[in-house]
Design a protein around this ligand. Structure first.
Ligand code: TEU
Ligand code: CA
Length: 582
C-alpha cells in the first residue's frame, strides 16, 4: 500500500511495533490510563527552551524567491538565514510546504511526507533544517491535521466506495442529492457538506470543498498521523504548529465544530505517541480557547502541547452573530482587560503565546497602530507592549519592518476566502465599496504580499512576476533600509529579543496591569525576586500626561519608541517606554 510501505527508515519499523502494542492497549483502554497517570505527575515544561525563545513565522510563498518563478521557496529561505540570525530569533515556523494543489495556499495537503515542487524538494528541506541549525535556528512545521486535500491518496481512495479501506478516514453521512444532513456552513462560504454520487453520501468539510475533514474517531487514521509526525521528528525538526487543532474532534451530527468532547483525549494520545519523544515546541491554533481550556492544552505536565494561539485579543471587535467582515470600532479598554486576564490566569498554570500577526490577519500597525505619520513609532510601541509580556512571542514576516496593509482592487487579490466573500456579499446585495472596505481592513492577503527586502524591482523578492502584487510602499519600507539603522522598527525588535535573553524577568516575572481605567495608556509591570520591568504605552495620536513618572524614578529606561528623548511627565503620540529596576 502506498502510504504504509514507503519512506520509512529501520528505526521507524521498531516504532511501528511499539505503536501496534499501544494500539492493543488503546483498545483495552488499560495502558493509556497508566500513561496518563505517569504523565500527570511532573512539571516537565518548567525549564523548556521555548519559554525564552522568540519564533518567527515565514509564509514561504511570499518570503524570498530563489529561482525567479515569482513564488518564494525553501532555497529563498536558506538565502535569508543571515538576516534572521541578525534579528536574533530562535526558531522559524514555516507555513505548509508539503505537496498540495494550493487551493488554500498549502493548507490543503496531498502528501504529508513530501515537499511541493513549487517550494523545492525534500533535500532542500533537509538542507534548510541543517543550515538553520548552524544559525542556531530550529524549524517548526505546520501540521494540518483537521483535513487533507481532496487530492490526497487517502481521499482518492475514500471516495471510491463505502467498502474502501480508506473510506472511514473521512467524515461521511448518507443522504440524497440536494438535501444535505444539516445546514452547517463552511468557513470559506457555502455548505459544509459535499455530495459524492459514486458513494451516495456527503462528506464534511469545515473549510473549502477541496479540504475534506479527517475522521479522528478512526484509530487507523490517527496511527497514520503519528507515524508521519514521528518521521518528521526524525528529520530533526524543532516542533510543530497545529492548524485548527480545536476542530479535530468535530461532531457534525450535533453541529459541534470546535472543542468537541473528545478533543483533549485525542490531544493527549497524539502528544504521547509523538511530541513527548523529543524536546519540541508545539503550538496549537485554537480559535475557541478560553484561559480555562488553555490551561488544559498547555498544562506544565507536558501531556498535551507547549501552548496555544488564542484569538480573544484579535476578535475584540467581532459583533456576536456577525462575520469578521462586519466592521466595528476597536475597544481599547477591552484589549487591556483581555491581555491582563490571559497573563494572570495562565501564570504558573500554563503558557501563553504572544502574537499580533499571522498569515490570516491584517497587519497590526494598520490595525492598532498608525500606518501613516507615526508608522515607525506605533509599530515599535506595539512590539514593546507585546514583548514585555509573559509567553513565547511570535513575529510574522515583515512585522519587524512595520509592514502595512494593502488596498488592492479585487483583481489583485488571490486568497480563496477573500474571493469567496466578495462574490457571496455581492450576491447578497452589499455595495461594492462596502465589501472592499472590509477586505482592505481584514483580508488575509494584507499579510501575504511579498516580503519587502529592498527598494529594487518587486522589493527584491523576485526578479520574475510575483504571484501577488508587492505593497507599493516598498521603496519606503524595506529591510535594506532598516538593518543598519539603530532607530528602525527592525532594531527595536532586535533589542527586544536580546533583552528577553538577558533578563529572566521577561520569562518568569508576574504580570500586573496598571492604570486599568485609563482611556489612552496601556501600562503594566512584571515582577520577579528583586527585578521589576515597567512598560507604559500611549495607544493613540495625542500627547498625554504620564501618571507613572514617580514610579519610574530611579529605573533604567531600556527602550523607547521615539529616537529623540522626550519629557518624563508626558507621552507623545504612540510613545512606549520600557523601564527596568534591577
Ligand atoms: O485558519 C483557521 C481559521 O479558521 C481562520 O484563520 C480562517 O483562515 C479565516 O481567517 C476565518 O475567517 C487556519 C489557517 O491558519 C488558515 O490559513 C487556513 O486557511 C485554515 O486554517 C484551513 O486550514
Ligand atoms: Ca520560486
Amino acid at each position: 500500500m502506498r502510504i504504509c510501505s514507503r519512506k520509512k527508515s529501520d528505526s521507524d519499523l521498531g516504532k511501528e511495533a511499539k505503536a501496534r502494542k499501544h494500539e492493543i492497549c488503546r483498545e483495552t483502554g488499560l495502558c493509556r490510563e497508566g500513561d496518563m497517570q505517569r504523565m500527570g505527575k511532573g512539571r516537565e515544561n518548567d525549564n523548556k527552551w521555548w519559554k525564552s525563545a522568540v519564533i518567527y513565522q515565514i509564509y514561504p510563498r511570499s518570503f524570498a524567491d530563489s529561482n525567479q518563478d515569482g513564488i518564494g521557496d525553501l532555497q529563498g529561505i536558506i538565502s535569508k538565514l543571515d538576516y534572521l540570525e541578525e534579528l536574533g530569533i530562535d526558531a522559524i515556523w514555516l507555513s505548509p510546504v508539503c505537496k498540495s494543489p494550493q487551493d488554500d495556499n498549502g493548507y490543503d495537503i496531498s502528501d504529508y511526507q513530501d515537499i511541493d515542487p513549487m517550494f523545492g524538494t525534500l533535500r532542500d528541506m533537509e538542507e534548510l533544517i541543517g543550515k538553520a541549525g548552524e544559525h542556531h535556528i530550529r524549524i517548526i512545521l505546520d501540521l494540518v491535521l483537521n483535513h487533507s486535500s481532496d487530492e490526497h491518496f487517502w481521499f482518492q481512495e475514500a471516495k471510491k466506495s463505502r467498502e474502501n479501506p480508506y473510506h472511514d478516514y473521512y467524515v461521511w453521512r448518507d443522504g440524497t442529492e440536494g438535501a444535505p444532513p444539516n445546514g452547517m456552513r463552511a468557513a470559506f462560504g457555502g455548505s459544509a457538506w459535499e455530495w459524492v454520487p459514486e458513494v451516495g453520501q456527503y462528506y464534511f468539510h469545515q473549510f473549502s470543498v477541496k479540504q475534506p475533514d479527517l475522521n479522528w474517531e478512526n484509530p487507523k487514521l490517527r496511527q497514520e498521523i503519528y507515524d508521519m509526525i514521528n518521521w518528521w521528528i526524525q528529520k530533526g525538526v524543532g516542533g510543530f504548529r497545529l492548524d485548527v487543532i480545536d476542530q479535530i474532534a468535530k461532531e457534525p451530527d450535533r453541529q459541534i465544530t470546535n472543542n468537541g468532547p473528545q478533543l483533549h483525549t485525542y490531544l493527549r494520545e497524539l502528544s504521547w505517541e509523538t511530541f513527548q519523544k523529543a524536546d519540541l515546541v508545539t503550538v496549537g491554533e485554537a480559535w475557541g480557547a478560553t484561559p480555562e481550556l488553555a490551561k488544559l492544552y498547555s498544562n506544565p505536565d507536558n501531556s498535551e502541547l507547549s501552548m496555544v494561539f488564542q484569538f480573544e485579543h484579535i476578535c475584540l471587535d467581532q459583533i456576536p452573530g456577525k462575520e469578521k467582515w462586519d466592521l466595528a470600532p476597536l475597544p481599547f479598554r477591552k484589549l487591556k482587560e483581555v491581555f491582563a486576564r490571559w497573563q494572570t490566569q495562565l501564570y504558573n498554570e500554563g503558557w501563553n503565546s504572544l502574537f499580533w500577526n499571522n498569515h490570516d490577519l491584517p497587519r497590526i500597525v494598520s490595525r492598532w497602530g498608525n500606518d501613516g505619520e507615526y508608522r515607525t513609532e506605533s509599530a515599535k510601541m506595539l512590539a514593546i507592549l507585546l514583548h514585555g509580556m509573559q509567553g513565547t512571542p511570535y513575529i510574522y514576516q515583515g512585522e519587524e519592518l512595520g509592514m502595512t496593509n494593502v488596498r488592492f482592487a479585487i483583481e489583485d487579490y488571490r486568497d480563496i476566502e477573500t474571493l469567496n466573500i466578495y462574490k457571496e456579499r455581492l450576491e447578497k446585495g452589499y455595495k461594492e465599496e462596502e465589501i472592499m472596505r472590509s477586505i482592505h481592513a481584514k483580508g488575509r492577503d494584507n499579510a501575504r504580499t511579498p516580503m519587502q527586502w529592498d527598494d529594487g524591482e518587486h522589493a527584491g523578492f523576485t526578479r520574475g512576476e510575483p504571484w501577488i502584487r508587492v505593497n507599493p510602499n516598498y521603496r519606503e519600507i524595506n529591510a535594506a533600509k532598516q538593518t543598519g539603522d539603530a532607530q528602525s522598527v527592525f532594531a527595536c525588535y532586535q533589542r527586544l529579543i536580546r533583552l528577553r535573553k538577558e533578563y529572566p524577568v521577561f520569562t518568569d516575572g508576574e504580570f500586573r496591569l496598571l492604570l486599568e481605567e485609563d482611556e489612552a495608556l496601556f501600562a503594566y509591570t512584571r515582577t520577579s525576586a528583586d527585578t521589576q520591568l515597567l512598560v507604559v504605552c500611549n495607544f493613540f495620536g495625542q500627547t498625554v500626561r504620564c501618571p507613572l513618572a514617580e514610579q519610574t524614578e530611579g529605573m533604567e529606561l531600556l527602550l523607547c519608541s521615539y529616537a529623540a528623548q522626550g519629557q518624563e511627565a508626558v507621552l507623545r503620540p504612540y510613545e512606549a517606554r520600557m523601564y527596568l529596576k534591577n
